[in-house]
Design a protein around this ligand. Structure first.
Ligand code: NCD
Length: 311
């Protein structure tokens, strides 16, 4: 079992929590690949997906993971809900809470939204991404993908590149990889680096060649245009030239370095399309595959309290 009742972020997790989730997810990943149907351990439980931001892969991944374990799933379409009529996050949450779901997966543009929700409802809350704060299931699926490719999570050099400032994926990955004792390098333009990030014990550079030198893992991030209000980058063309990953820049990393991206990708902006599709280097599709396994594991482990009548 986990030390936490909810999955709100990687920051509150212990090293043991992380390993427990990854080990459980590994079992599900193998079963999924072998087309084995797992026991319906979430049968009789319900998941509500509350996505206040558009999402394809994360929402469908939560849905598939829950259904594979026998849960009932409801997708709230927040674009057409009463939120449009001015209802607050808390009111929406309390209304849903009154329907007695067992699990809420929430994505919201405001940092801290998942924590706030968890304090108001009595079901289990999984953070599916809150503002630029955390995206824990993404970091866990990234970790599982890395562990499968490299055989470990410690003593690796991981370059996280691009739009760090707006990225909850980068933050959750920094917490996770830091806890697992890997070396983290942040690479990108100064304008897209959060102020004072060096204090987190990570190396920071705006030079791709230096940042990728000897890296085991190269993790690219999407340029979050929707969160920018101008002036962060000179132009997309110039950005690609300096920070877009292509085969030439990747040559600075270890010869067996893997290439990752959480998706959705801006091909030709942060990554060369051919490289993204190169199955010898890119594990982007495996990340999606591991996403289902990690969400199955997270819901399995978090609901064990409920199943034992403790919650
Ligand atoms: C990420 C997200 O939403 O934070 N995507 C995802 O979950 N697949 C990254 C992004 O939007 O760039």
């Amino acid at each position: 079992m986990l030390s936490q009742r909810h999955l709100l972020g990687i920051e509150p997790l212990t090293q043991t929590d992380i390993t427990t989730i990854l080990d459980c997810a590994e079992t599900y990943a193998q079963a999924n690949r072998a087309h084995q149907k797992p026991p319906a351990i979430l049968s009789g439980l319900s998941l509500i997906n509350m996505f206040f931001e558009n999402s394809t892969r994360t929402q469908s991944s939560f849905e598939l993971a829950a259904k594979r374990l026998g849960a009932d799933v409801m997708n709230m379409s927040m674009q057409t809900s009463s939120v449009k009529k001015g209802e607050t996050l808390i009111d929406t949450a309390l209304t849903l809470n009154a329907m007695r779901p067992d699990i809420l997966a929430v994505r919201h543009p405001a940092s801290g939204a998942a924590d706030l929700l968890a304090s108001k409802v009595n079901c289990i809350v999984l953070n599916a991404g809150d503002g630029a704060h955390e995206h824990p299931t993404q970091a866990l699926l990234d970790a599982l993908t890395i562990r499968r490719a490299k055989g470990r999570l410690h003593r690796l050099t991981v370059a996280i590149c691009g739009d760090i400032a707006h990225s909850r994926v980068a933050r959750s990955n920094m917490f996770l990889l830091g806890k697992m004792e890997s070396r983290i390098r942040l690479v990108g333009p100064r304008t897209l680096m959060p102020a004072g990030v060096e204090k987190l014990g990570v190396e920071v550079t705006d030079d791709m060649a230096k940042g990728l030198e000897g890296a085991d893992v190269v993790m690219m991030l999407r340029l979050q245009k929707e969160r920018m209000d101008g002036g962060f980058i000179p132009s997309e063309r110039e950005y690609y030239h300096r920070w877009g990953l292509d085969a030439a820049k990747l040559a600075a990393a270890k010869p067996d370095a893997i290439v990752m991206h959480p998706g959705p990708m801006n091909r030709g902006v942060e990554i060369d399309g051919l490289l993204a599709d190169d199955i010898n280097r890119s594990v982007i599709q495996e990340q999606v595959e591991m996403g289902v396994a990690v969400r199955m594991a997270a819901m399995d482990l978090l609901t064990r309290h409920v199943q034992q009548g403790e919650a």
